[in-house]
Design a protein around this ligand. Structure first.
Ligand code: NCD
Length: 335
């Protein structure tokens, strides 16, 4: 949906044809609409009822950074809804390696497809694509920026496992500076009554601009390098990978790798009714021995990712069969 760079349009209860670039576009009602739609989609898939609501549509999945889950879940989501997909993975085999600009790539792809998903190494790449494209663009991760669809699937999983969001104490651990999933998730959770704990070394702290933004909106935030300080008072433990590809060199990365490892003994110190989440891939932050613990829900997140992306595609395509509350007045806003 072509917009100016400063004006990524708020969803405001009208998803049809909109881009999804940032969690900042959603109000709490919009989030509930996605959660509701995803629950219906999940039930449909589980009961084997094939919903072909995107039949005849084509989704282009443009992934210029590595991905397993986000890429495959968008592929699976589109196909399960009856749409077809075209895809490009990696820079090497695309015209970007010949020097083509992102804008030209997007102008080309939208001549083929109805919805574009984009993963790119540059912060703001999805916002830029959205300014160029008439067709909807979904941010599938823009560098160290945001990963809004991951945050929505994380929230869906929290609701599925714990039944509510308000009142929760959510502890995010690891590379909070470079991890785009926690940037989007913190924004999304800050719309609710939650306590946000940030556990990281100082050098990998949540970006200050983001913590100020969330403080302005009334969020309760606490930062510490010590996991054990907050672990006993945690309802959701959200572990992230040290983002190797964002470091200047291997030595800088190795300084932090292995700093936090959730193993059996950490789980023994954690509350019995907590859930343990991770966007994956994990590279040692959660020991394999923890997988059998009923509190470990990361592979449920994976499945929910497909449901939430099916919900978003349906809503953006304007093919939702779910009746929604009366439309509020749409208003553009900066994100
Ligand atoms: C995350 C990502 O790409 O930001 N993975 C994902 O999409 N599930 C997390 C990561 O790579 O660490």
């Amino acid at each position: 949906m072509a917009t100016t760079l400063e004006q990524t349009v708020c969803i405001n209860n009208d998803f049809t044809g909109k881009d999804v670039v940032s969690i900042g576009q959603f109000n709490r009602n919009d989030v509930e609409v996605v959660m509701r739609e995803a629950a219906i989609v999940a039930a449909g898939v589980r009961e084997g009822g094939l919903d072909r609501s995107l039949s005849g549509m084509l989704v282009a999945n443009l992934f210029y950074e590595p991905s397993t889950r986000t890429f495959l879940s968008f592929e699976a989501a589109a196909k399960r809804l009856g749409a077809d997909t075209i895809a490009t993975q990696g820079v090497e085999y695309s015209s970007i390696s010949k020097g083509e600009t992102l804008e030209d790539t997007i102008r080309t792809v939208e001549r083929y497809a109805d919805i574009i998903t984009l993963r790119h190494s540059r912060v703001g790449a999805a916002a830029l694509a959205a300014t160029v494209a008439e067709k909807p663009v979904i941010n599938a991760g823009d560098g160290v920026g945001e990963h809004p669809t991951q945050a929505l699937l994380d929230l869906f999983t929290i609701r599925q496992k714990l039944g509510h969001t308000d009142g929760l104490r959510v502890t995010m651990v690891g590379d909070l500076k470079n991890g785009r999933t926690v940037h989007s998730l913190a924004r999304l959770l800050a719309m609710h009554e939650v306590q946000l704990n940030y556990v990281s070394p100082k050098e990998l702290a949540m970006p200050e601009a983001l913590t100020w933004e969330l403080a302005d909106s009334g969020a309760r935030q606490h930062a510490t390098p010590d996991l054990d300080e907050v672990l006993p008072e945690t309802d959701v433990l959200y572990v992230t990978r040290i983002q190797k590809e964002r470091f200047e060199n291997e030595a800088a990365y190795l300084q932090h790798k292995g700093r936090y490892v959730v193993d059996r003994s950490a789980m023994d110190r954690a509350p019995a009714d907590m859930i343990l989440m991770h966007p994956l891939p994990r590279v040692g932050e959660i020991s394999l021995e923890v997988d059998a613990d009923p509190r470990a829900v990361y592979f449920d997140q994976v499945e929910n990712g497909m449901f939430v992306r099916m919900a978003l595609l349906t809503l953006i395509a304007g093919r939702s069969a779910v009746p929604r509350a009366a439309k509020q007045t749409a208003s553009p806003a900066a994100v």
